[in-house]
Design a protein around this ligand. Structure first.
Ligand code: NDP
Length: 298
């Protein structure tokens, strides 16, 4: 039996970043507008430090103005809210991203609600969640939108396909379901209380795994020929590579899944690279909208 075609997220992300770079240059040349993206990091979380560094680097590479504001882990909630208010009022800042998770003394929901929805490049503000579910124009969460782009470029029209989204978080599962519904898929959202999960998965033409459980989805959960998008990023021990070594795996058991699926994203190198590329896309679109310009087709 032939193996699944690998969906190369790195290559998709590179093409998207290239389109963003061209759009930034055009905005500068035609409108003297340079999109600005500000990332706020509170505390010392190691993974967040890496994400924020990568976001800053890639933002600069596109020609946008990148600013990273680092705050102490003990920063009071009100200080962060005051900073957001200042950024909301700064015309040179078109996108604001507060890196999650936040320290315990800060209420994440309150912080997200404080961001001007038009500058909310993560698409997490309730106004943008509402816009997404009602089919209105909105900044769309970066990870699920990246999944959708890869699906559409791989499969074309998604109308009528049966999609199963495994996971119902606000940042991945739910917006992913909304996006697939907007593409006229028949969508099932599965979660930890779903009964007969493998059977539900086997019904899907498109299977999106966003659970955070290493290699949970096995090959025999997959409908032959289905397209599998693995959002999971899990670090597990890898004694085969030496003591104390770790490696990244997804929520899908890649080795068994690739023997059954028609297309599949790898981990790493699948969904991950699309997330930052879409953050850049959202920042350019936000800058256009805030300046009354048509957003480029990215
Ligand atoms: P959450 O922990 O917020 O949500 C996990 C979801 O999976 C929940 O809805 C939960 O169900 C469900 N779930 C957990 N265990 C099971 C189970 N045994 N059976 C069925 N469903 C289960 O995770 P996120 O959505 O934030 O992230 C999911 C994964 O995606 C993680 O590995 C994360 O690292 C990765 N990720 C990757 C990104 C990227 O850029 N590639 C970006 C964001 C996340 P319930 O609601 O019932 O508890």
């Amino acid at each position: 039996m032939s193996e699944a075609e690998i969906i190369d997220g790195k290559a998709f992300a590179k093409r998207l970043r290239d389109r963003v770079t061209v759009a930034v240059a055009t905005l500068k040349a035609d409108h003297n507008l340079v999109p600005g993206l500000t990332v706020v990091l509170v505390g010392e979380d190691a993974a967040s430090q890496v994400y924020v560094r990568n976001k800053g680097k890639q933002t600069q590479e596109t020609g946008m103005i990148s600013d990273t504001i680092r705050l102490d882990a003990a920063t009071p909630e009100q200080e962060l809210l005051d900073l957001i208010e200042k950024l909301n009022g700064d015309d040179a800042v078109h996108g604001i991203l507060v890196q999650l998770p936040l320290p315990d003394q800060i209420d994440e929901a309150k912080v997200i609600a404080a961001i001007n929805p038009d500058k909310d490049v993560d698409g997490f503000h309730v106004v943008n969640v509402g816009r997404l579910w009602t089919g209105a124009t909105a900044p769309v969460p970066c990870t699920p939108y990246g999944c959708l782009q890869m699906l559409k470029e791989t499969l074309g029209d998604l109308t009528g396909k049966r999609a199963l989204v495994l996971g119902r978080s606000n940042i991945v599962g739910k917006p992913m379901a909304a996006l697939l519904l907007n593409e006229h898929c028949t969508v099932t959202i599965a979660h930890s209380r779903t009964v007969d999960l493998p059977e539900r998965c086997r019904e899907a033409d498109i299977l999106i795994a966003a659970v955070g459980r290493p290699e949970m989805v096995k090959g025999d959960w997959i409908k032959p020929g289905a397209t599998v998008i693995d959002v999971g990023i899990n670090r597990i021990e890898a004694p085969e590579k030496g003591e104390g070594t770790t490696r990244l795996v997804g929520d899908v058991d890649f080795e068994s899944a690739k023997k059954v699926a028609g297309h599949i994203t790898p981990v790493p190198g699948g969904v991950g690279p699309m997330t930052i590329a879409n953050l850049l896309r959202n920042a350019v679109i936000a800058a256009c909208r805030q300046n009354g310009l048509d957003a480029p087709d990215l």
